[in-house]
Design a protein around this ligand. Structure first.
Ligand SMILES: Nc1ncnc2c1ncn2[C@@H]1O[C@H](COP(=O)(O)OP(=O)(O)OP(=O)(O)O)[C@@H](O)[C@H]1O
Ligand SMILES: [Mg+2]
Length: 271
């Protein structure tokens, strides 16, 4: 029963996937191949820096089953994405106010057994519902690591994707797998490097990836755009442990300035 309803809904969603959105809300999905590279740290702090520039931001913790964005915002969420999916709360109720002005969070839930909702589109539906509110300037979707069907679904509905990576060979191997997949039907991937002190290193590695993509004859129209780097910083790990945002606590830190520069370039590229 649930499956047949899901199949019908899935078809409808596919039909509407490519339709022009009229909302002012931009969508940015943050992803990576490898885990632990700094996606959630970037997402939370980018949200704060965007809000301090006057944007109204919603974050969706789309790391199905391993949610941790509420930790970064030091919140004990009353409702989670799953309450919304299960129809227990409205979209306004599930968009929780964070301690930071103009940032709302749709929290995830750690340890959630999502086999009840085997269709990934059920989760991604919330993105369109938030965009339809036309209330937020930007929605940041923090995905989990890897390329499971949930991550793929959130990527498939997003026209702005930011990959976070490190220079670690295994992270770069996973990143290339992501590039390969996205090149099939996306126009571009924005790329930033974490734990990388030297801006030029990110640029050089990005160019190598682009050359590899050319050599392997991936879609010519697909662009990988390097948008900056963040160094390793003790302030980032300490604030993370203390459930605080480094960009708020250390406004003049190099890492905050590096993330600001990433946002400058991101805002020029976002569609
Ligand atoms: N530039 C940095 N300097 C120091 N510590 C960092 C930096 N970036 C992230 N960290 C720390 O690394 C850890 C992993 O970061 P984070 O949780 O953001 O990664 P993630 O990609 O979201 O992981 P997952 O794939 O598990 O979701 C955290 O403890 C965070 O504080
Ligand atoms: Mg994370």
């Amino acid at each position: 029963m649930f499956n047949s309803i899901s199949n019908q809904a899935s078809k409808l969603i596919n039909l509407t996937k490519n339709k022009q959105r009229v909302s002012k809300t931009k969508l940015l999905t943050i992803t990576s191949g490898k885990g632990g590279v700094g996606k959630s740290t970037f997402t939370g702090n980018m949200a704060y820096l965007l809000s301090s520039r006057g944007f109204k931001v919603a974050i969706i913790d789309a790391d199905i089953g391993l949610a941790n964005m509420q930790v970064l915002f030091d919140m004990k969420p009353k409702y989670t994405l799953f309450d919304y999916i299960e129809g227990k709360v409205t979209i306004d109720e599930v968009l929780l106010k964070t301690p930071y002005k103009n940032i709302s969070l749709v929290a995830g839930k750690s340890g959630y057994q999502y086999s009840n909702h085997s269709n990934s589109f059920v989760f991604a539906r919330i993105v369109d519902d938030i965009i339809s509110l036309n209330e937020y300037d930007i929605v940041l979707v923090d995905t989990g690591a890897g390329l499971n069907e949930y991550v793929k679904e959130f990527l498939s509905i997003s026209n702005n994707i930011l990959a976070v990576t490190t220079t670690d060979p295994s992270a770069l191997t996973d990143l290339y797998a992501l590039i390969k997949m996205l090149s099939k039907d996306k126009e571009q991937l924005m790329l930033c490097f974490n734990h990388t002190k030297n801006h030029q290193i990110g640029n050089t590695i990005s160019n190598s990836l682009i050359n590899l993509a050319k050599k392997n004859r991936l879609n010519d129209n697909f662009m990988v755009k390097y948008i900056g780097n963040v160094s390793t910083s003790a302030n980032i790990s300490t604030t993370g442990r203390l459930r605080k945002l480094f960009s708020y606590e250390f406004k003049n830190d190099d890492s905050t300035k590096q993330l600001q520069a990433i946002i400058d370039t991101l805002l020029k590229n976002i569609k």
